[in-house]
Design a protein around this ligand. Structure first.
Ligand code: GLU
Length: 302
């Protein structure tokens, strides 16, 4: 059976973009006769509060997006992530790194990816065991995954073929920060594997993260899910919506619209219905099809 998921980060009130992702994830799983899992991605324990989490659950229920199962929140899963990191370390696949962001920016040999960002130049990749022990005694390191040279490719269920050479475009990426917080890349893969998630639906801003996650699936010898990335919502002028657009968070949207009005408008903007008449998420299941959803970003005016 298909298993989709909601994986929200409760760093603020749910906004329109999150609602769209949740609606599409729910419809994709339900239209395939599957179930939906809820997982609270609260790795950043400073920004993610219990109050935001409570509001998030309430908002999902208000929207009529009920989940069938729930996974423990990520902030409670540190021991599991640590065990996976340790396994990768024993296989020589991760290494400790003491470079600061400034060290990397200023490294003379730092390569740049096609989007201009600095790729980690591998400064700490080949330190000897003595050098590591010496630094370890002075400062807590972060941990990086050794990225092999070669292309990772996959076919997104909505955007089609996608490929990336991680060594060129990304470099050895972080699995655990020096402050102990595990990276999203590690936690999301560990949890989707543990739950048996078969489909991941999320904004296309996470498309470039996918090759990193696929590499982790490969190293952990697990079958990856089918990915469906979705277009982003923009303001009518094409500007990308963000959490700063406070009028689009559910606190205010719930004062202006009913859940059915909001779902009706989003469904119409996503090409799923002919009109923006109010409707429930449930009513959209029979006619849901990825073929109807545009690939271009979606300008929305509420
Ligand atoms: N927690 C992430 C977010 O809210 C989503 C992660 C994912 O869907 O893989 O942006």
């Amino acid at each position: 059976m298909e298993l989709g998921r909601f994986a929200p980060t409760p760093s603020g009130r749910m906004h329109l973009g999150n609602v769209f992702s949740a609606l599409m994830a729910w419809l994709s799983a339900k239209s395939a006769g599957g179930e939906v899992l809820l997982r609270i991605e609260d790795l950043d324990t400073v920004r993610c509060t219990a109050q935001n989490t409570a509001l998030l659950r309430d908002d999902l229920r208000w929207l009529g997006l009920r989940w069938d199962r729930e996974q423990p929140c990520q902030s409670s899963q540190g021991a599991r992530y640590a065990a996976i990191l340790e396994e990768l370390r024993q296989r020589g696949l991760v290494y400790p790194c003491w470079c600061s962001r400034a060290d990397i920016e200023h490294a003379a040999n730092a390569p740049h990816a096609s989007d201009g960002h600095t790729v980690y130049p591998g400064t700490c990749r080949a330190l000897s065991e003595e050098e590591r022990a010496e630094r370890m005694a002075k400062k807590t390191p972060l941990w990086r995954l050794r990225v092999p040279d070669g292309t990772v490719s996959f076919t997104d269920g909505h955007f089609g073929p996608y490929r990336e050479n991680l060594a060129v475009e990304c470099g050895d990426f972080i699995l655990r920060r020096a402050d102990g917080i595990f990276a999203y890349q590690l936690a999301v893969v560990a949890d989707d594997i543990a739950a048996g998630v078969t489909q991941v639906v999320r904004g296309r801003d996470l498309l470039p993260s996918t090759p990193r996650q696929l590499l982790l699936y490969r190293l952990l010898d697990a079958a990856p899910p089918q990915y469906y990335h979705i277009p982003l919502l923009t303001a009518p002028d094409g500007r990308r919506l963000s959490k700063r657009d406070r009028d689009l968070d559910l606190g205010l949207l719930r004062q202006r619209f009913t859940a059915e009005e909001l779902i009706g408008r989003l469904a119409h903007a996503a090409g799923l219905t002919d009109t923006d008449r109010p409707c429930t998420a449930e009513a959209l299941i029979p006619a849901f099809s990825w073929d109807k959803v545009p690939r271009e970003d979606i300008a929305i005016h509420l």
